[in-house]
Design a protein around this ligand. Structure first.
Ligand SMILES: [Zn+2]
Length: 498
């Protein structure tokens, strides 16, 4: 399937590039999990040097004639060969049109800005982080200019995470969601039925860790090819052979580490399901972040917040935490798992209000990158929009504008992927239920392999063979449609909150 001599020649080059990028990735993981603060400056230099070497390989001039040959033979190529050529062209153009000193400077800034963010968040001191954020905004716009997208840098940034997606398309989805979800969340928040999450206190960290390992293993995460560690912000990195998940623990917020671990496990299951024999090229790599998020969301929400899931895991949960859960009925526990509350923190917020948090970030980064909002005015604008969209003003910047890691890494355009992921997850969920109507019964027996196999067949095995909209259409029969998410949220939450 990958036989064209020019593809074969490309694959050799791609293997070296991927080896280097996976080492960079590992250094990034280590930085967030293990690195002592004194090593931060050296790590920034290490990553800058390695990024330069990676950039040299990625901009190797002998790639251009190979790509040109493939482009002239286009109609004779298999779909797989076209996928590899298309992605390599994309990466090659990005590598050759970004100057080496820009790439090295960006890598160094990413590392420094991350540490500045950790510090600023801890001290609730936005002013200390602002200079780094300004440079990230400037460098993002500059990067788009180098790539010939100076006219619409935000579209370019979105495209980095979700190829083909545009701010305007996303805006359309969001206005549909906003019209339905604001009244839905208000109705739920106004309901006399309230979750008793404050009753969940004093869950020892070691026991939380053991329980979440059992859960994630049961869902299908392969610990022979992966691990989970503690970091400031939960994330998933690595690849199919070596998948690194992180989580964080708080004795008094046990559902946070459990569900964020399940979320990251969803990402990990996708990574582990990508074809390992194509690891170095587009056929062994994720489509984009929207599809990636759909996998994490599906496992986190549709699966792990379901009644059936808890029919199986509740007895084990009670066995692990008998004192902490004493006096809490099954219904109380289930309601706590599906609690809807007004919360300033995105990662702690529920499925219903979550999308409003994304809408807020989408508006802000669109203005930041579009030059309509100055970094110094960002905290005030965050608070103003938060009140308008979510219905609350955060008590501090730590709980507001400083809460997320993304912007410290210059990752503007990433947030919309979360919402795309929610929409795609709901759409996939109704499709799999159509094909396997008794699927939830599996969960009640602690079996998740039929779902995982379905996802492997429909999504994981294809790598980048189809782009986001094509893949969703191929699997579900229509492109992304926000109505599925609205239907799902109503199906789950309206009976709970009457
Ligand atoms: Zn995620």
């Amino acid at each position: 399937m990958l036989q064209h001599p020019s593809v074969q020649a490309l694959l050799e080059k791609l293997e070296k590039q991927h080896n280097l990028s996976s080492i960079l990735n590992l250094l990034g993981w280590d930085e967030q999990v293990n690195l002592p603060p004194g090593g931060a400056e050296q790590r920034a230099q290490q990553m800058a040097t390695l990024s330069e070497v990676h950039h040299q390989l990625a901009s190797d001039p002998t790639v251009e004639p190979l790509l040109q040959k493939l482009e002239s033979d286009w109609d004779t190529l298999t779909q797989q060969e076209q996928t590899v050529a298309k992605q390599t062209r994309r990466d090659y153009d990005r590598a050759t049109r970004l100057p080496a000193d820009y790439v090295a400077e960006k890598a160094k800034l990413d590392s420094q800005a991350y540490h500045a963010w950790v510090q600023a968040r801890e001290n609730d001191d936005f002013a200390a982080f602002a200079p780094y954020l300004k440079r990230q905004v400037d460098m993002s716009i500059q990067g788009a200019e180098f790539l010939g997208h100076g006219e619409n840098p935000y579209d370019y940034l979105i495209d980095l995470f979700d190829p083909g997606m545009k701010a305007e398309t996303i805006e359309g989805f969001f206005s549909t969601l906003k019209a339905e979800l604001v009244p839905l969340s208000q109705a739920i928040l106004g309901s006399p039925i309230k979750a008793k999450t404050e009753r969940l206190r004093g869950f020892p960290v070691e026991k939380q860790e053991a329980f979440l390992k059992e859960v994630t293993k049961t869902l299908g995460f392969d610990y022979h090819r992966g691990r989970i560690d503690v970091a400031v912000h939960p994330f998933c990195s690595g690849n199919a052979n070596d998948t690194r998940l992180t989580t964080r623990f708080n004795e008094d917020v046990p559902l946070d580490s459990l569900f964020s671990s399940i979320h990251e496990t969803g990402h990990g299951l996708y990574e582990q399901g990508l074809p390992t024999n194509q690891l170095h090229n587009a056929l062994g790599q994720a489509v984009g972040m929207g599809i990636h998020e759909s996998q994490s969301r599906l496992w986190e929400n549709q699966v792990s917040r379901s009644r059936e899931f808890w029919q199986f895991f509740e007895p084990k949960y009670r066995e692990t935490f008998p004192d902490q859960l004493a006096g809490l009925s099954s219904d109380d526990l289930y309601l706590a798992i599906n609690a809807v509350t007004l919360c300033p923190i995105r990662v702690d917020s529920d499925e219903v209000t979550y999308n409003l948090h994304i809408l807020l970030r989408f508006e802000l980064e669109k203005k930041l990158i579009g030059g309509e909002l100055d970094v110094d005015d960002l905290p005030a604008e965050w608070n103003r929009l938060s009140q308008e969209i979510i219905g609350l003003t955060p008590a501090s910047d730590k709980e507001g504008v400083l809460q997320d890691v993304h912007w410290s890494g210059g990752m503007f355009g990433y947030f919309p992927s979360y919402c795309l992921g929610n929409m795609i997850a709901a759409q996939l969920w109704y499709k799999v239920l159509e094909e396997i109507p008794d699927l939830p019964n599996d969960f009640a027996e602690g079996k998740f392999d039929r779902l995982l196999t379905w996802l492997r067949d429909c999504i994981h095995q294809h790598g980048k063979l189809y782009d986001t909209q094509d893949l969703v259409t191929r699997v579900t029969g229509e492109p992304i449609n926000p109505q599925h998410l609205i239907r799902y949220l109503k199906d789950r939450y309206m009976p709970l909150y009457q």
